[in-house]
Design a binder for this molecule. Structure first.
Ligand code: DGJ
Length: 724
């Protein structure tokens, strides 16, 4: 008994300190609620990773960082040592964390430990090249209650000459030595984002990246690695999320010595960043975590952190309102009368935010003209936007406006006045995508112009919400004014200035909310969402496709920010799904309506009013509760997601059956995250529960499970459990 108490006391005192350091052996142990991370300095001064995994508490257990021996002249010791942040120098053949070229052509860079500084939950370790004052500060910020470590690096050129940085990663994460690891990542394309992809890690590299100037639909900057025996509920998962809304790269590499490492940061493709004497470069923030309880827990760790620490306002931010967006109803044909008519129909449904999309400005009658001219179109809105906004506000709704500030149509007054503002290589063609070019935000004059346009709109009108769109990827990324070697800084400076505009706008208008959209989910990452209240998940609103897109989205991002609309059918595919099903799929995130209300029947309005009422009853649980993915659309004919309120008072289950075959029953649903001893009162949408008993215990619900009567194609229900 006494020994147990002593053990617990020891653990408690060690864990009270999130960062422990042993000066004699130069070993650090970093510990959060769900993980530990350890490093040490070897005898030659290299900073080596010693551990990443489930929480440890005893610093003395850790070995000293040992210098290894060469195996052969082809297998140098450096390839066996798990360096925290290897420069490209010496006999190192894996993906480097930092690669530079000096003015005289010397490219060798070997980084050794110099010093460190611990302050509360943060640790800075300074490394320096063995010859030159090229210095790197590695930043480790712990979020002890959230189970996450944030890493990035600052490269300081303390030499008297300029160097070119050819690759600058934020961090390298070393997995415990071993084979048989599996990688999960999110791939996609426009209208098909965040598809869960899972594959074995074999010798060589798997590269996840964007070369498109924005985060991109192709890959999302998130990864998860398991040891081969992990599923949604059990087994170890090492995961990370990189925050960079431009060209990024995550390289997952297994060396010939069965060492798996993940390097992530700026994409080294077309990267050449000159750093003059005395200048520095900060790399993007890269969050890493570990779950002992499968992919579900890995996602929940990220969700909680995003909700409480990343999203603007964090814990204080409001629940996402139910919005109406008129894009699919009216496309570019917006008029004051038409929008007011839609607002009149939206308000009685329980809509809280009315958003006009594209088409309200300049000569914007289709996608060929007007982008860049952010003045209200006088034909469509003869009295400006104020009468419409007043109308919307009188109906009890907030008003939101679509903008696409980074873009310009060549057929626009802005382009005619400033053709040089568009990204370009002089004398070369400028590829137009959707008839538009990208304004070079890396330029200060462009940055200021965009800020002032948006600041004026937000000051002139009672706008609660901007839907900030970005509808094409970069091409021909020239910045002639920057001159020669500085041109490629565009990749970095564009993104930094984008963040600056958003930060300044939010500071100037603290109540303004922003939806981050890039043709759907083309700019979703953990840095973008620090400036966005919600994100447009995908332009694809087909309920069946959405199940997979939404499943993948929730691997990395919280349901609260996952904007999901109910639209008309068919949409995207030729499929028709019942309106109830469309609602139940969209209600799994931040609900919106994007349908053409002018075409709805009285029955549709009645159903929508009822469903929005149900959503408001469960919204807090969906948006701020814990998510459990009980069955996924990839491997089951029924997708089931469960949300448990943070206080345990409510739980909601959404079950969508895609395709009944062979007259089978829908699979039994085994709930999770409930209190086995508590009892819950059950209610289901359209009475689809097979169980007739109105109240069941948590133990029964989790162990015996529930059965739902879902038949045919795209039958769906939601079950609401209120704790008694
Ligand atoms: C792409 C967005 O994803 C859509 O929702 C809509 O806003 C259009 N752009 C408008 O051009």
């Amino acid at each position: 008994m006494r020994a147990t108490v002593l053990f617990l006391l020891l653990c408690a005192s060690a864990l009270a300190q999130s960062i422990q350091f042993d000066p004699a052996r130069k070993v650090w142990l970093l510990t959060t609620s769900d993980s530990s991370y350890a490093m040490g300095v070897s005898s030659d001064g290299s900073l080596l990773n010693l551990y990443w995994g489930a929480p440890l508490w005893r610093l003395a257990d850790l070995p000293t960082a040992a210098q290894r021996r060469d195996i052969s002249s082809f297998d140098p010791r450096q390839m066996l040592e798990n360096e925290e942040y290897p420069g490209w120098g010496g006999p190192r053949y894996y993906e480097p964390a930092l690669k530079i070229t000096r003015e005289d052509g010397d490219r060798d860079l070997v980084l050794h430990y110099v010093s460190h500084h611990i302050q509360n939950d943060s640790l800075d370790i300074t490394l320096k090249d063995i010859n030159d004052p090229i210095e790197v500060i590695l930043h480790y910020q712990l979020f002890p209650d959230y189970g996450l470590i944030r890493r990035n690096a600052t490269v300081n050129n303390k030499t008297s000459k300029s160097v070119i940085i050819e690759s600058a990663q934020s961090a390298v994460w070393n997995l415990p030595p071993g084979n048989g690891y599996q990688l999960t990542y999110l791939t996609g394309r426009w209208a098909g984002e965040t598809q869960v992809t899972h594959e074995p890690i074999r010798p060589g590299q798997i590269v996840l990246e964007s070369r498109k100037g924005h985060t991109s639909h192709y890959f999302n900057p998130w990864f998860a690695i398991d040891a081969g025996n992990t599923n949604e509920v059990s087994g170890p998962v090492w995961f990370g999320a990189l925050g960079w809304s431009g060209n990024w790269r995550i390289t997952v590499e297994q060396t010939a010595y069965a060492q798996v490492r993940v390097a992530g940061g700026f994409n080294s493709f077309d990267f050449a960043y000159p750093l003059a004497a005395g200048q520095s470069l900060d790399t993007p923030l890269f969050y890493g975590g570990f779950s002992q309880h499968g992919y579900g827990q890995a996602s929940r760790i990220l969700h909680k952190f995003e909700r409480e620490k990343l999203l603007p306002g964090g814990l204080e931010s409001r629940l996402r309102p139910v919005l109406y967006n008129s894009w699919e109803a009216t496309t570019f044909n917006v008029t004051e009368a038409g929008q007011e008519a839609l607002a009149d129909k939206a308000a009685p449904l329980g809509i809280e935010l009315f958003v006009i999309d594209d088409g309200w400005f300049g000569a914007r009658n289709d996608d060929h003209a007007g982008l860049g001219d952010w003045v209200v179109n006088p034909k469509k809105f003869p009295n400006g936007l104020k009468p419409l906004i007043d109308h919307v506000n009188h109906l009890g709704m907030d008003f939101g406006l679509w903008v696409e500030p980074e873009m310009v149509n060549p057929n626009s007054d802005l382009y005619r006045a400033h053709p040089d503002w568009a990204i370009n290589f002089p004398g070369r063609p400028r590829s137009e995508l959707r008839n538009q070019l990208i304004l070079n935000l890396a330029r200060d004059d462009v940055k200021e112009h965009i800020f002032h346009v948006l600041d004026k709109l937000a000051s002139d009108y009672n706008i609660k919400y901007f839907k900030w769109d970005m509808n094409r990827s970069f091409s021909e990324p020239g910045w002639p004014e920057a001159g020669g070697p500085n041109e490629r800084k565009l990749w970095v400076q564009y993104v930094r200035n984008l963040y600056e505009i958003l930060d300044r706008l939010r500071a100037a208008h603290p109540k303004l909310e922003i939806e981050d959209c890039s043709g759907g989910g083309g700019r979703v990452d953990v840095e973008a969402i620090r400036r966005a209240d919600e994100v447009w998940t995908s332009d694809n609103t087909d309920a069946f496709d959405r199940l997979r897109i939404q499943e993948g989205f929730t691997y990395a991002y919280a349901p609260k920010i996952m904007s999901a609309w109910v639209t008309d059918v068919p949409n995207m595919n030729t499929r028709s799904t019942p309106l109830t099903t469309r609602f139940l799929v969209a209600m799994q995130g931040a609900l919106g309506i994007g349908a053409n209300l002018n075409k709805w029947t009285p029955q549709d309005f009645a159903l929508a009013t009822r469903m929005i009422g149900i959503y408001k009853r469960i919204r807090k649980t969906v948006q701020t509760g814990d998510l459990y993915r009980l069955a996924n659309p990839r491997t089951s004919d029924t997708t089931v997601t469960q949300y448990v309120a943070s206080d345990g008072a409510q739980s909601v289950i959404f079950a969508t059956r895609h395709s009944q075959q062979y007259n089978t029953a829908a699979p039994t649903i085994y709930l999770r995250g409930l209190d086995p001893k508590a009892t819950y009162k059950l209610d289901s949408v359209d009475n689809k529960l097979v169980e007739k008993q109105g109240t069941l215990s948590g133990a029964y619900l989790m162990n015996r499970g529930l059965n739902v009567n879902l038949r045919g194609d795209f039958d769906a229900t939601a079950i609401i459990l209120d704790r008694q």
